[in-house]
Write a protein that binds this ligand. Structure first.
Ligand SMILES: *Cc1c(COP(=O)(O)O)cnc(C)c1O
Length: 401
């Protein structure tokens, strides 16, 4: 007799709900933030540059510019790259909406390129076919922390004179051919939302080796204003400053930066723990035929933001929706990354049709994200494994075993 699923009134594997991700805050982090509260600067203070230097030095980039969140950072990068009305920007549909929204903020048209069926990352060959004289940039996304094929992408950028703005919201601490993510692309965005590898509450940053981009990013995040004498177009007094373009107030606070400075000290530990949890999942699921575990690149190191499994529908008697609901009833915090961006009504109204990226669309139908975060215990992993076995066993086709 198979055990009764919680969704059918059986006892759930866990009594308390296990979220799919959560932050790891220590006493050191709390002290760092309260110290700022007692200091002179809550914003535009010394913690900002300290945090930016810490990130730049960690990833091996010359410059880092912090922002209120990753979305603002990506918007600023699109501005710095000179993306404008009528330009085209290529990105993946398997991402959070931000990767497409940021170029939209600048008035650009977004072109979705299909993904590789193994890595789930943008397929450079598909992207190349969509390059036109209007293409200005590519925004690749390191899905789940797995770096994209940067040899191929930087090759395209050189051949067609494109800017690469990397959405590495999942990938701080990841490496591609021994180079840190954040040191490869023209500009790289990291997010410090609480579900990401390290957090500042809300927060984001752009890393770059280009002084030209650096200057534009700095000005954009403060209303397009400069006080630098060499840049002023007119003369004024000592109070004088000038606004040169329509920038935003996208500044991170010192409270956030102080949290970031404290968190980055434990980033390698966080990633090590994630890797360990992933190896336990991989080991547990390799004997389940209906599950494909995440791809591991030979020449890259994932930072393991997400653990996304792919279900073989042909071996199951039900669909992903049912498996999702069944796992959730066992109190396992499952999730789905991502709804293809152009399925959202906003993009649908712009004219994007289903069928545009068949690989991404079909992957989306069979993806489930399992819980993964540094403070997960071995017993938490046991629970997830137990629940996955319980649910998959129940829905496994008899002739598939
Ligand atoms: C989290 C995330 C972002 C945006 O980050 P915010 O800091 O929440 O604005 C962008 N792209 C991807 C792929 C993300 O996962």
């Amino acid at each position: 007799m198979k055990p009764k699923l919680a969704i059918h009134g059986g006892t759930p594997v866990r009594r308390e709900f296990l979220p799919y991700g959560r932050q790891a805050i220590h006493d050191d982090d709390i002290r760092a933030v309260t110290d700022v509260l007692k200091s002179d600067f809550l914003t535009t203070g010394p913690k900002i540059e300290q945090f930016e230097k810490a990130i730049a030095s960690y990833v091996g980039a010359k410059y880092a510019v912090s922002f209120t969140n990753g979305t603002a950072a990506l918007h600023a990068a699109c501005f710095a790259a000179g993306i404008n009305e009528g330009d085209e920007v290529i990105t993946t549909p398997l991402t959070f909406v931000t990767s497409a929204n940021a170029p939209r903020y600048q008035g650009a048209n977004v072109v979705f390129s299909d993904v590789d069926e193994k890595t789930y990352n943008i397929d450079p060959k598909a992207a190349e076919k969509q390059i036109t004289p209007k293409t200005k940039a590519i925004i690749p996304v390191d899905f789940a922390g797995q770096p994209c094929d940067y040899d191929a992408l930087t090759g395209l950028a050189e051949r067609y004179n494109l800017t690469i703005i990397e959405d590495a919201a999942h990938a701080i601490g990841a490496k591609y051919k021994n180079k840190h993510i954040g040191s490869i692309s023209d500009m790289t965005m990291f997010s410090f939302h609480p579900v990401k590898q390290m957090t500042t509450g809300e927060g984001g940053i752009i890393t770059t080796n280009s002084f030209k981009y650096y200057e534009k990013l700095i000005q954009f995040r403060t209303h397009g204003i400069t006080r630098e004498e060499s840049k002023l177009m007119n003369q004024g007094g000592p109070w004088y400053y000038e606004m040169h373009h329509l920038g935003f107030n996208y500044r991170m606070t010192d409270l956030q930066a102080a949290l970031g400075i404290s968190q980055i000290k434990r980033l390698n530990q966080f990633i090590k723990k994630r890797k360990h949890l992933v190896s336990r999942y991989d080991e547990a699921f390799k004997s389940i035929q209906a599950i494909t575990t995440p791809f591991v690149h030979e020449e890259a190191q994932s930072s393991w933001h997400l653990y996304v499994i792919h279900l073989a529908q042909s071996q199951l008697t039900t669909d992903r929706k049912m498996i999702y609901k069944a796992l959730q009833s066992e109190n396992i915090g499952v999730n789905v990354h991502y709804i293809p961006v152009y399925y959202h009504p906003y993009y649908k109204h712009l004219g994007y049709l289903k069928g545009l990226c068949p690989v991404a669309e079909s992957l989306y139908e069979s993806f489930i994200t399992l819980p993964l975060f540094p403070s997960m215990t071995e017993a938490d992993v046991d629970d997830v494994v137990k629940a996955v076995y319980k649910v998959i066993d129940y829905y496994q086709k008899d002739d598939a075993s």
